[in-house]
Design a protein around this ligand. Sequence first.
Ligand SMILES: Cc1cc2nc3c(=O)[nH]c(=O)nc-3n(C[C@H](O)[C@H](O)[C@H](O)COP(=O)(O)O)c2cc1C
Length: 396
Amino acid sequence: MLHSHSFSPLVIRGRSLLPIVQGGMGVGVSAHRLAGSVAREGALGTIASIDLRHHHPDLVERCRQSPERATLDEANLTALAREIHAAKTLSEGRGMIAVNVMKAVSAQADYVRVACESGADAIVMGAGLPLDLPEMTQGHDIALIPILSDSRGVSLVLKKWMKKGRLPDAVVIEHPAHAGGHLGVSNIADMNDPRFDFMRILEELDAVFVSLGLDRRDVPLILAGGINSHEAVRRLLDAGANGVQLGTPFAVTEEGDAHPNFKRVLAEAAPEDIVEFVSVTGLPARAVKTPWLTRYLRHEARIREKVGALRHACPTALECLSVCGWRDGVEKFGHFCIDTRLAAALRGDVANGLFFRGKEALPFGTAIRSVHDLIELLLTGAMRPAVAGRWAFSLG
Ligand SMILES: Cc1cc2nc3c(=O)[nH]c(=O)nc-3n(C[C@H](O)[C@H](O)[C@H](O)COP(=O)(O)O)c2cc1C
């Protein structure tokens, strides 16, 4: 654990944490090992709930024998419960374990229920407005943390939740021009809009809090997207943020739950290898231009024109998204199976995977370092010499 740094703690639901949050990273990239290791350092570690069965050989085998939606759904809920328990054990009671649930996912209510029942400390919800999260978690003592991208969204959630007598326990504000994965903007062309500027949002939210009769300390604000140095952490915390969330830098740590090839693809990507495109969710996303994505983007216009408006059977039977461009034939959305592509990336299949990544250079360049080293660098600026790597990886 890190004891000497000069920042105020991030306080969530009465728990005092390091002001560092590891963002949820889907289809197995942030499972128990990453989230538990981050929590053990005294920070907030996040398990991404979507499709965690790939980390459990017995569940993978059960799904292979009975590839129906009910079996797959059940396997994922079992996997989520196991991952939460394993992360809590690994954390040794320190920090906090959150579960990230995307609003756009069909099984969102089940993932939220299992997170509550399995002892997660927080639910972090993005990819859609989490207006009904308070009702979904009623009766459970669990922190609720929406992910939004501008002050209008934060203001809307605050007003709706206040009518239900609940405040968010923190809010993550993610910048679409820098973050990895799905981006909180309807149009790629809008991602540099000044309304996403962190300093502007902090200023606008001061006014929103006053108008709602709230104290700024009532709802901690966590900024996310492209944060990659001690100087950036200092600048944002000095400007009034209560914490910072990082995704890509944690995905490539030794403890990151994905295959070593996944980490290499992310760590070694040059700026010109990182692209934005329209995902099957209809939201823009950011990823590394690996062989499959390069091919897909080359043919995107033709695919859209030829089969974009046609409905297709879900290739995995999981029906993971409530609305999917490929399955539902939504012409202007993306047209591929996101679950198959993300699972291939998790396994380290460089030729076929979809490798989500943020836009910025990484704190340790192309080096793979531990969660402890990353948190120490972010909070103190100290960069110790690397010790021999302790990589471990297994998939079912
Ligand atoms: C590989 C990868 C997968 C991600 N998956 C999710 C996800 O499932 N849910 C989510 O809310 N955010 C997801 N994100 C976003 C991260 O949680 C984080 O907010 C973002 O990456 C921050 O930007 P940074 O990568 O520049 O640090 C993902 C990001 C990456 C790089």
